[in-house]
Write a protein that binds this ligand. Structure first.
Ligand SMILES: Cc1cc2nc3c(=O)[nH]c(=O)nc-3n(C[C@H](O)[C@H](O)[C@H](O)COP(=O)(O)O)c2cc1C
Length: 326
């Protein structure tokens, strides 16, 4: 299998990835982003290995659905039992994913209590067993890890040294401890330490830095200052759905509203039935901003119940915005 991580790191400096975000970067959102301004790599939302290997399978497998335009795409998984990681690795390979990523950074209390996510930082033997299990389950498939710089305290050097010794293809370092959640600015100097360690002991591992990067200019600065090969961006995409566009360009309020209609249509097609419409509403504020009347429109959009209502509300605004553009 061609190792796309290594190719990317050579070709694009820095390469850009869309962060896995549970409840946000679902297959509909990713498809919208893929058709708008594509990152160099997509990740799925984190998906539980125990659910995928039990009767929960049918309720969970949709999290590993993706469209052709999303390659390279990496399936992010989390769980507790290494043997399930082997089974899921085979599944992920058979589904045509380009790589598999283990979540070793989730700070959610319930996830950590189970011994998963960021609690693995304090349990290196289990973390190593998961990596081995994936390699056994799907030999040759690129394996990556996404982690933080500690669980309760900063332990970058010990933890990253340990992970790099497991011979993984890529490592995303979110520059905060789990305890810090997202409450403090990311410690990019710690990410820089991870890069220097990599240079010393594991030159074959690609390093992706993550935390608070909102623009391509900031991503380039992070590459220049800290030496990361790639930069992962999460909340940036809420501020600008075109954040991955090359070359960077400004987009009008009308373009943004048109994108809302596109996203809503993709969503309605993927999840027919009114009862599932509500989860779409959390995205509306991404698109409705920076024009006169945006607040009123957003309020009315929050009261919609289906795609047609969204379209009906947005159409006159689009006509008005286009008229004022012209
Ligand atoms: C709503 C939400 C859901 C998230 N879900 C995941 C997830 O499933 N897996 C994961 O590794 N990180 C998850 N994260 C963390 C992000 O991937 C990323 O590390 C974090 O947002 C910091 O990057 P940013 O400052 O660019 O947003 C989530 C973050 C948010 C805001």
């Amino acid at each position: 299998m061609v190792n796309f991580w290594h190719q990317l790191a050579l070709q694009t400096k820095p390469f850009l990835t869309l962060a896995p975000m549970d409840g946000v970067t679902d297959r509909v959102f990713r498809k919208m982003i893929a058709g708008t301004a594509k990152p160099d790599v997509f990740f799925t939302e984190f998906t539980n290995t125990e659910a995928l290997t039990s009767r929960g399978y049918e309720k969970t497998i949709h999290r590993l659905a993706y469209s052709d335009g999303e390659h390279p795409i990496v399936a992010q998984i989390w769980g507790t039992e290494p043997k399930n990681f082997s089974v899921v690795a085979r599944l992920v390979r058979d589904l045509g994913f380009d790589g598999i990523d283990i979540n070793m950074g989730c700070p959610d209390r319930a996830v950590m209590k189970m011994g998963s996510g960021a609690s693995l930082i304090d349990n290196p033997p289990l973390a190593a067993a998961m990596i081995v299990a994936i390699k056994q389950g799907a030999p040759g498939m690129p394996v990556s890890v996404k982690t933080r710089i500690g669980a309760t305290k900063v332990v970058t050097l010990d933890w990253i040294r340990f992970l790099l010794a497991q011979k993984i293809d890529a490592l995303t370092v979110h520059g905060r401890t789990a305890k810090e959640l997202s409450k403090v600015p990311a410690h990019w100097e710690e990410i820089g330490k991870a890069v220097r360690l990599r240079d010393e002991i594991a030159p074959g591992t690609v390093i992706i830095g993550n935390g608070d990067i909102l623009t391509q200019i900031q991503a380039a600065q992070a590459h220049g200052t800290y030496g990361v090969d790639g930069v992962m961006m999460g909340k940036a995409v809420f501020q600008n759905p075109w954040v991955f566009e090359r070359p960077v360009r400004q987009h009008s309020a009308g373009e943004s509203l048109a994108l809302l209609v596109r996203h809503a249509k993709l969503y309605a097609d993927a999840y027919p039935g009114v009862h599932r419409f509500a989860p779409l509403k959390k995205y509306f504020k991404i698109y409705v901003r920076s024009f006169h009347g945006a607040n009123v429109l957003l309020k009315r959009l929050m009261e919609t119940e289906n795609f047609s209502e969204v379209e009906e509300l947005v159409k006159p605004e689009l006509d008005r915005l286009h008229a004022s553009d012209g």
